[in-house]
Design a protein around this ligand. Structure first.
Ligand code: IMP
Length: 200
C-alpha cells in the first residue's frame, strides 16, 4: 500500500483521486492538518504551480510522499488563455458562470474553437520535486453552455469524439476521459515503474 498526502483541503478532489488511483493507494489530505500556510499559485505554468505546492507541503511533512495538482483550460484562439488563470479569469473569486461568460464573449467571432483541459500532477518528498506527470483532454468550445453536471468550464467544453459537453456527460464518463484521469493514470504508471525497478 502506497501512502500519499494530497496538497489540498478539497475533499471532493481527494475522493476523486482516491477513486481514480484505486486500491493500492491510501490517500489523505490536509483537512486534519493545522498550521499549513495558504500557497499562492504564482507560477506561470501548471507545472510550476503543481511543483510549488508539492514541494512547499513536503517541506512541512518531510516523511510523506506529497501529491499536488494544477489544472485548467487552454483555448488556442486566445493564446492558451485562461490557462493558469482559469479559476479567476473574470477576476479574483469570480464565479464559474462569470468565467464562462467572459470566455464566450472573447470567442464571439472566433471560428477555430480548439481547446484542451490540461492537468499536471507533481510528486515531492523531503522538500524535493520527484517528478511531474500530465494529462489532457482535447476538444472545442461551444457557442453557449449546455448541461448541469460538473463544474468550471464543463458546460462549454465538447470533448473530441463526443456530441455532449462535459456537463452533459455522466461523471463516470467524464472520469474516464478527463485530463485529471489521464494524469492520474500516468502517476500510477510512474509508481508501477518505480516499484518494479526497486526504487520504492
Ligand atoms: P484546479 O487546479 O483543479 O483547482 O482547477 C483550476 C480551474 O480550472 C477550476 O477552477 C476550473 O475553472 C478549471 N478546471 C479545472 N479542471 C476542470 C474540469 O474538469 N472541468 C471544468 N473546469 C475545470
Amino acid at each position: 500500500m502506497i501512502q500519499l498526502l494530497l496538497a489540498t483541503r478539497n475533499q471532493h478532489k481527494t475522493r476523486e483521486f482516491a477513486k481514480l488511483l484505486g486500491g493500492n493507494f491510501m490517500v489523505r489530505d490536509l483537512t486534519s492538518k493545522s498550521d499549513v500556510p495558504a500557497i499562492v499559485e504564482s507560477g506561470a505554468t501548471f507545472e510550476e504551480n503543481a511543483a510549488l505546492k508539492a514541494v512547499t507541503i513536503s517541506k512541512i511533512f518531510p516523511n510523506e510522499i506529497v501529491v499536488a495538482d494544477d489544472s485548467g483550460l487552454e483555448v488556442e484562439a486566445v493564446g492558451g488563455a485562461p490557462g493558469v488563470f482559469s479559476a479567476r479569469y473574470a477576476g479574483e473569486n469570480a464565479s464559474d458562470r462569470r468565467n464562462v461568460e467572459k470566455l464566450l464573449r472573447e470567442l464571439q467571432e472566433v471560428r477555430d474553437r480548439s481547446a484542451r483541459f490540461y492537468c499536471v500532477i507533481a510528486l515531492a518528498k523531503s522538500g524535493q520535486l520527484m517528478t511531474t506527470v500530465a494529462g489532457e483532454v482535447v476538444g472545442t468550445i461551444t457557442k453557449s453552455p449546455r448541461g448541469e453536471s460538473g463544474f468550471g468550464y464543463d458546460p462549454i467544453f465538447l470533448p473530441n469524439g463526443f456530441s455532449e459537453t462535459l456537463a452533459e456527460l455522466t461523471s463516470e464518463t467524464k472520469n474516464k476521459i478527463s485530463h485529471r484521469a489521464q494524469a492520474t493514470a500516468a502517476l500510477v504508471r510512474h509508481f508501477n515503474t518505480a516499484l518494479r525497478s526497486g526504487k520504492m
